[in-house]
Design a protein around this ligand. Structure first.
Ligand SMILES: NC(=O)C1=CN([C@@H]2O[C@H](COP(=O)(O)OP(=O)(O)OC[C@H]3O[C@@H](n4cnc5c(N)ncnc54)[C@H](O)[C@@H]3O)[C@@H](O)[C@H]2O)C=CC1
Ligand SMILES: O=C(CO)COP(=O)(O)O
Length: 331
């Protein structure tokens, strides 16, 4: 059986939606699933009842549990949750030229961004980051979506990837800023938890808008310190995704925050879920990275303390009691 040009590593909601989007022009796609039963389900009934039950998958999507076969694809989309990327890559002995990173997070144990994890595991590959306001179920349904495609291999890699991944209703926009694209996605997940808390506590829409704007200032401060381009953060993968995720219960991060705001315990919420809320893993490492660099991120810090068991109302009282100051990202 011929190996398809494009492969997707990770058959959660996002990997499955991306495979479906890629197959929408009739091409073959190979997808690797961590769960053997899911490999069988995708091949037998063309569904993913575990992670994307709303979609009827294209017949040209084939699933495998063989990571070795994935390396034969020319373009590999890596869509495992951030904390599993290094381990998954360590099980592969060869890599294609193009690796496209789709997870939104920071490695908790090391503080590495996803492109650092990937380039250390596969130094000969060219790394790209695909990130933006993209709920999986909408992409799988073919609804119009725009996304940042940041290419470490510059415009030559962009030519290859944009023609392979672009579709009439899936529009990538070029960037060469891997760091900015990754910081946007990682930070917005933590801020979405905060916005969910505000909704869960019933604090109103003014408070949510304030949190989005002040959270964006935190994203800009952190991004600037790590060398991200401010223009990247004001685009699809930063502000765009922040707006989407901070205003919808379709977001797992927002929903986690909402439950916390309603009084649920973080430890119980985390123990009982089978889908990923990346912000919960990113918050502690992000708070630590910011503190060690002297970057003020009070909202990220508050989410981190909440996940650690602090009371939501006490946290909000603390945030509202902060000294008044100038607006602007550097303040
Ligand atoms: N769902 C969405 O709408 C979007 C998700 N993303 C990002 O994509 C990444 C993946 O998220 P989803 O596909 O939504 O996840 P999901 O919550 O739907 O599925 C969990 C995933 O984790 C995998 N997994 C569990 N244990 C594993 C292990 N030991 N090794 C490797 N994989 C393991 C499962 O196989 C499954 O693919 C996350 O970083 C998320 O932030 C990005 C854009 C949209
Ligand atoms: O990243 C996403 C949309 O762009 C999905 O957000 P959640 O992971 O919070 O569901």
């Amino acid at each position: 059986m011929k190996t398809p040009e494009i492969g997707v590593v990770g058959a959660g909601a996002w990997g499955t939606a991306l495979a479906q989007m890629i197959a929408s022009d009739g091409r073959d796609v190979l997808i690797w699933a961590h769960e053997p039963a899911l490999v069988e389900e995708i091949n037998r009934s063309h569904t993913n009842s575990l992670y994307l039950p709303s979609a009827r998958l294209a017949q040209t999507i084939r699933a495998t549990s063989d990571l070795g076969e994935m390396a034969q694809c020319a373009i590999l989309l890596l869509v495992t949750p951030a904390q599993f990327l290094a381990e998954t890559l360590s099980r592969m002995s060869a890599f294609p030229r193009d690796l496209v990173l789709c997870a939104k997070g920071i490695e908790a144990k090391t503080g590495r961004m996803m492109h650092e994890v990937a380039s250390q595991a596969a130094p000969a590959s060219q790394i790209a980051v695909l990130s933006g306001p993209t709920f999986a179920h909408e992409v799988a349904a073919g609804m119009p979506t725009a996304i940042t495609l940041a290419c470490g291999g510059g415009e030559e890699q962009w030519q290859r990837l944009s023609s392979a991944l672009g579709r009439p209703s899936f529009r990538p926009y070029y960037s060469d800023d891997l760091t900015g694209a990754e910081i946007g996605g990682a930070v917005k997940n933590v801020l979405a938890i905060a916005c969910g808390v505000v909704d869960g506590l019933g604090l109103g829409q003014n408070a949510r808008a304030a949190l989005i704007a002040r959270g964006y200032a935190e994203m800009q401060r952190f991004g600037e310190a790590l060398g991200a381009d401010r223009q990247t953060l004001s685009g699809l993968c930063g502000l765009g995704d922040l707006v989407l995720t901070c205003s919808s219960t379709s977001s797992r991060n927002f929903s986690l925050g909402e439950a916390l705001g309603k009084g649920a315990k973080a430890s119980e919420l985390m123990a009982n879920r089978h889908t990923v809320a990346e912000g919960a893993f990113t918050a502690p490492v992000l708070a630590e990275m910011a503190a060690s660099r002297g970057i003020s991120m009070p909202i990220v810090d508050a989410v981190n303390r909440l996940l650690d068991g602090a009371d939501a109302r006490d946290i909000v009282t603390g945030l509202l009691a902060r000294p008044l100051k100038a607006e602007g990202p550097s303040a």
